[in-house]
Every structure is written in structure tokens, then in C-alpha cells.
Design a protein around this ligand. Structure first.
Ligand code: ZN
Length: 697
């Protein structure tokens, strides 16, 4: 097998690791091996099972099918993800002529061994009806490249001979399970290929079922490899794609426009990808562009893929990539057509279900790359991964023949399958900042990190911008362990540098598509009487607290206007704005400039649904960068106290006698960031324990 064969899979079984495993552990081992190779399955696709003898709660032993539960992902399964189903209950179903999906689901609820176990896979009957102990089912790219062709029957015969049965496309369920069992239980049959769906192998020994599975996938991969080497057809004439920096610039300009177009009803995030396979595909390098268009029109490769990336991707072919206006209007026109086509497809096949959002999950721009779109970064990761495999499948199919997929009717029935629609109702409820992107400057500091954590807990995608990238990264690592798949993003940002601010926003646009909430939090403080204050300290205070706020807000305002979905600015100002502090001239004056900027932003943003509000905290202690040792000492000197008494001094001077913390400020920031304050702009919220001289007026 040549290394260049990208559809080929490697046997990763280790006898040393697997030989002493008990039944269920061996099943977990085998399943994780399958799940760890994305050329076999991606994100929840495929399933595995093992038939075992078990003793039940009554002390009686019987045969049990351990099968993957619905919704779990093979690469991360644990023993608990395999509900047990009594085979004595399952096998009599073979006598039946038919069974509806609803009957099947209800029946399986009675046949499970443990109450409250996960719902067994929708392909449970298929696993139960095949006689061998171990059964494996994947959606391998190489197999799909052969099944998704015009001449699939002939090609599969040529590759596999008579030892493999081919079953026509049918939605998973009772009828498919019966067809598979009839084929699989024939003597000499080594595997079943499901058209437009995948591959099934089996054996009494899990190791052999795995080995056989890989052997069949690799036979398909080799056939495709040979076909591509033999291909002599005329080379396609590719588009000339712009270089990487230019592509990113174009994509960053398009991203907020796209996010606005797709997020009219509900916000979405997008992720830009111009990696090699994507770029080659959308530029017509691997296939002529007319074949790319035809393959995209034929639609996603399997029902499983359709659920994640819809039947079709949005294809945009702008006349001139370097003209941002032209790219945006080509996208708008293509999307309007996409939605019209989707409406027609829905009207044509609908029963009585309501229409799902007519929004593409994959947007391909010729010569540029791909945007994966979804409600959050997990959804965009899944869509993006699936589309990389879609490209491999399409290219493989085009090497051996011409790519084809499910009929629109079958695709509709997969997309609107009641069992899948039911899964959508189980999705967790939306949170206060779901679907939103929030950028926080000075995120690595005491207040910034408290806000970042609070926002992440409310479902936001949190961009942690800081001059200290290492510190911002460690914060993001922590956020991402709680909500994986890039919910947090660390970016280097020196707010006083126009170029640095622009560069950071470009990262955000490529990663998430835009921004909805900006917390202007980065700040610097020097404590000194005016006659001793250096010009440098004065200028630096303004560069960060005032000019920095302007640069950060200006870039975000451009993006929010392009998105046309509103937005919220939160300025972490200070109690010094209404009540300036002695020896705090540079800080108080530059923060007053920032506050006035926030109010002007409220005036200018209102027409676009963009709000701007201020929070006025009083001294927040902790590891905050603002309160360096020297600032603490200077402030204590100004008040004529020892620096160790400073916290107590601040606490005792407020009405509530409260020590104000970064978490208190984060709570106020959440209020202003979220729809809880939808009708408030130009506001000023003190978080200071109550200071009479700082009352807003
Ligand atoms: Zn499947």
C-alpha cells in the first residue's frame, strides 16, 4: 500500500493490549480503534457490537447484545455507552414481515438489560440479526467513494467479487436489518456494502472482524489509487487562487457579511478553512470545476452526513475575488438561490413536519476556501471535519466513475426522519450568551479572566485578547477543558497598536466569523501627584486607556455594522470617572476620555442595535496587573496609610462596607453583554459597594 493513498487505513490492533481483555473491554478497545481513524468514521458515525453471555438480576444467564448507544462517539466510548439488549427478545423479530421505527424503538425499550441505559443504536436490529459475535459498521471514505457512483454495482463486483453482498440504499431500521441478515448469513459472505451508507463486517473474534473490515476498505482504496494512476483525461484548468495572506484578508472581509446573512433569525458562528485539500477542490485543481459543481449538486454522501452538513453546500463563484463588494453580493445572490431551492425541495417531499432552517452548513467560495457554519464552534468543527471527508469521497468517486448520491427524496427522508428530529428536541437549552462571540481585552488580568470565565459559563465563544499571550493561552486552555472544540481563543493584542488590533480581529473573523460583545477592559494605572507625573506616564495612560479603547471599539463597530445583528460594548471604566482620585490624574483623565467614547458609541450605534454601557468598579485587588506593588504603595501613601491596610481602607469607605471583587464586575459585564439589558444603552453601573461621591448623575 503506497503512503500516498489517502483513503487507505492502517491496522492498529495490538495483541499485547487486547489479548487479555474481557468481552466488554475488548469491544471498547475495538470500537476506539475504529473511532480513532476518521477515514472510517467521523463524529458519532458507525457502530459496533458484541454478543456475550451475561447473568441477569435474577441470577439467570442468557445471551446479550452489547451495542453502541445512540449519540455516543466511537473514538471516546466507554463500557457504559454499550447498552445490553436481550437476544432472546430480539431474534423472534426475524419472523416478522415489517415493523415501524416507532414500534422498534418502543420494543427495544423493553428488551434492554439495565433500566436507564442509553437508547441502543438505531442499527441495533442489524447487529442482532447477524449471527457472528462481533459486528462492525463504518462509513469508510474508500467504500463510499465506490458506492456513490453511477456504476456502483459493477464497480463493487469488480473490486470485491462474489464474497461481498451489496444492499441497495434503505434508511436504517427493520427492513434494512432484515435485508442485511439475509445476505450476511449466507455461507461465504464476508461483508455487506450498503449503498450510499457504508460497510459491515463480522466474525466471532473481534480482532478478525476488525482485520477483515480494514482489508475490505483497503481493497477499495487500492482500486481507487490504481484508477487515478491510470487516469489520462485532460488536466483541469484550475483557478489561480490568491496567496495565503490575501485569501485570509478576503475571507475576513466576507465573514461578517456571511454571518449576518445566515444569522438573521438566529446567530451562527463560522470557521474559515483553506487547507490544501479544500483549496485544491474549490479551485478546480483536483477536479475540473464543472465536475465540482455537479458533485456538489448531487449532495452529501450519506444520511449521517446530511444530518450534519445538510444535503447540499452553498457554492459561490465570484467574478473577482479581490473585489470585496463583488464577493459579498455573489454570496448574497447564491444564498437567495440556495434558500429558494431548499424551499422547493421541502415543499416537494414534506409530510407535516415544519421546515428546518434553510441554511447551509458549508459555504464554498471558488478559489478561496470553505466556511463551516453552525450554532457553535463544536458544530462548525463537526461540519468541517465531515466536509474534508466529503471531498475525499467525491474525488475518489470521480477517479473511478462519476460521483452520485442519495436521491433528493431519500435525502429528505433522512433529514426529516422523526427519530433524528426527536434528537434535536433533546439539545440543551440556549444560554444567555449562546451563539455569541465575546472579545475581552486585558483578558489575562484579574477582572478580564473573571469576565472570560463568566461568559464561557453562559455559552459564549470567548476571545481572550492580551499583550501577554502565554497568560491568555493558559486561561483559554482552562476554558476549553470545560467546553471543548475551540470555545475559547487566545489572541495577542496590544490595544495601543492599530496594526496589532487589526491583526487580532482578523484571527477572530477567520475563527468565529465575527464579534457580538466587546469588553474594553485593558488598562494601565500610575499613581503620582500631578507635579511629579512624567509625560511618559501621562501619554502611556492615554495610549492604552483612551486610544486603545478607541482602536478596539472602532474595529468591532465596523464588523458589527457588516453583520447587521446588533452588538454590545461594555467599558470597564472606574469609579474615578464620576469621582476622580487624588494623585490619580493620568488614570482618571484617560478613563474619562474612555467613558465619553463609550457614550458617543451608544449614540452612533443605536441605529444598528449596537449598545454601549459602562461599569464603574472601585479598587479590585488580587493578581490584577493594574494594582502593581508600586501602585499599591503609591495609593496607600496618597491616603496616608500603610499599603497592608489598603484593602480594608477601600472596604470601609463604601456604604455597604463590602469588598468588591472581580466576580462582582463579571456579573455586571454579563448583564450588559446579554439580552437582560437589551433596552439599556449609554448606562453606567457602579460596582463599588456604594460611594456617595461616585453616584451617577
Ligand atoms: Zn451507518
Amino acid at each position: 500500500m503506497s503512503d500516498s493513498n489517502k483513503l487507505a487505513v492502517q491496522d492498529r490492533w495490538s495483541d499485547a493490549e487486547a489479548s487479555n481483555l474481557a468481552d466488554l473491554d475488548a469491544l471498547v478497545y475495538q470500537s476506539r480503534l475504529i473511532g480513532s481513524d476518521p477515514r472510517l468514521v467521523v463524529w458519532g458515525g458507525g457502530n459496533t457490537s458484541l454478543k456475550v453471555m451475561e447473568t441477569d438480576y435474577r441470577g439467570r444467564s442468557g445471551r446479550v447484545l452489547r451495542v453502541k448507544g445512540s449519540g455516543s462517539d466511537l473514538k471516546a466510548v466507554t463500557p457504559r455507552d454499550f447498552p445490553g439488549v436481550r437476544l432472546d427478545d430480539l431474534l423472534p423479530l426475524l419472523e416478522r414481515e415489517q415493523m415501524s421505527d416507532e414500534e422498534m424503538v418502543a420494543y427495544l425499550e423493553y428488551a434492554v438489560v439495565e433500566p436507564r441505559s442509553p437508547r441502543p443504536s438505531i442499527e441495533t436490529l442489524l447487529h442482532g440479526f447477524v449471527a457472528a459475535r462481533s459486528v462492525l459498521h463504518t462509513h469508510a471514505d474508500a467504500i463510499l467513494a465506490l458506492t456513490n457512483t453511477r456504476r456502483s454495482a459493477d464497480i463493487l463486483r469488480e473490486v470485491f467479487g462474489e464474497s461481498i453482498a451489496v444492499v441497495p440504499y434503505l434508511r436504517p431500521g427493520f427492513a434494512l436489518a432484515k435485508l442485511v441478515s439475509q445476505a450476511a448469513n449466507q455461507p461465504g459472505c464476508q461483508g455487506v456494502v450498503l449503498l450510499n451508507h457504508g460497510l459491515i463486517t463480522w466474525h466471532d473474534d473481534p480482532r478478525e472482524a476488525y482485520r477483515l473490515h480494514l482489508e475490505l476498505v483497503n481493497r477499495a482504496a487500492e482500486y481507487i489509487e490504481r484508477a487515478s494512476q491510470a487516469q489520462t483525461s485532460a488536466k483541469p484548468e484550475p483557478l489561480t487562487a490568491p496567496d495565503a495572506p490575501k485569501r485570509q484578508e478576503i475571507a475576513a472581509a466576507l465573514a461578517p457579511v456571511l454571518r449576518g446573512l445566515l444569522g438573521k433569525t438566529q446567530r451562527v458562528v463560522s470557521h474559515f478553512d483553506d487547507s490544501e485539500d479544500v483549496l485544491s477542490f474549490v479551485s478546480g485543481q483536483s477536479l475540473p470545476l464543472e465536475r465540482v459543481r455537479a458533485a456538489l449538486a448531487a449532495g452529501a454522501a450519506t444520511p449521517d452526513h446530511i444530518l450534519n452538513i445538510k444535503r447540499t453546500a452553498l457554492w459561490v463563484e465570484p467574478a473577482d475575488l479581490t473585489d470585496a463588494q463583488a464577493v459579498a453580493s455573489a454570496t448574497q445572490t447564491a444564498l437567495a438561490q440556495y434558500q429558494q431551492d431548499y424551499q422547493q425541495y421541502f415543499e416537494r417531499y414534506r409530510q407535516d413536519e415544519p421546515m428546518l432552517a434553510p441554511l447551509p452548513r458549508i459555504v464554498l467560495v471558488a478559489g478561496l476556501g470553505m466556511f463551516a457554519v453552525g450554532k457553535d464552534s463544536h458544530a462548525t468543527t463537526v461540519s468541517s471535519d465531515i466536509f474534508h471527508h466529503t471531498i475525499a469521497i467525491i474525488e475518489g468517486a470521480e477517479r473511478v466513475d462519476a460521483y452520485q448520491s442519495l436521491t433528493p427524496k431519500d435525502a429528505f427522508e433522512a433529514e426529516y426522519w422523526p427519530l433524528e428530529l426527536y434528537k434535536l428536541t433533546l439539545a440543551p437549552p440556549e444560554q444567555k450568551l449562546s451563539r455569541r462571540v465575546a472579545l475581552i481585552t486585558g483578558a489575562a488580568g484579574e477582572i478580564g479572566s473573571a469576565i472570560a470565565r463568566r461568559f464561557a459559563a453562559e455559552g459564549a465563544h470567548v476571545v481572550c485578547a492580551d499583550v501577554d499571550l502565554a497568560k491568555a493561552r493558559s486561561l483559554v486552555d482552562d476554558l476549553n477543558t470545560r467546553a471543548p472544540n475551540n470555545r475559547g481563543l487566545a489572541v495577542l493584542m496590544d490595544v495601543s497598536s492599530e496594526a496589532s488590533v487589526a491583526e487580532a480581529y482578523q484571527r477572530v473573523l477567520l475563527e468565529y466569523g465575527g464579534v457580538d460583545v466587546v469588553v474594553v477592559n485593558a488598562g494601565v494605572a500610575y499613581s503620582s501627584p500631578l507635579d511629579k507625573l512624567s509625560l511618559d506616564q501621562w501619554q502611556r495612560s492615554f495610549a492604552i486607556n483612551a486610544t486603545g479603547a478607541f482602536l478596539v471599539a472602532r474595529e468591532a463597530l465596523k464588523i458589527m455594522k457588516a453583520q447587521q445583528t446588533g452588538g454590545s460594548f461594555v467599558f470597564v471604566a472606574t469609579k474615578n470617572v464620576p469621582a476622580p482620585g487624588k494623585d490619580f490624574g493620568a488614570y482618571s483623565a484617560s478613563k474619562a476620555a474612555q467613558a465619553q467614547l463609550g457614550r458617543v458609541l451608544a449614540l452612533e450605534g443605536g441605529a444598528y442595535g449596537i449598545r454601549a454601557n459602562l461599569i464603574n468598579p472601585d479598587a479590585i485587588f488580587g493578581a490584577s496587573g493594574l494594582w502593581s506593588v508600586s501602585v499599591r504603595e503609591e495609593r496607600a501613601r496618597s491616603y496616608g496609610i500603610d499599603s497592608s491596610q489598603l484593602e480594608e481602607y477601600y472596604r470601609s469607605r463604601n456604604i455597604l462596607r463590602a469588598q468588591v471583587t472581580a466576580d462582582d464586575v463579571a456579573e455586571a459585564a454579563l448583564f450588559y453583554a446579554s439580552d437582560a439589558s437589551a433596552k439599556t444603552t449609554g448606562g453606567m453601573l457602579p460596582v463599588d459597594g456604594g460611594l456617595r461621591e461616585a453616584f451617577p448623575r
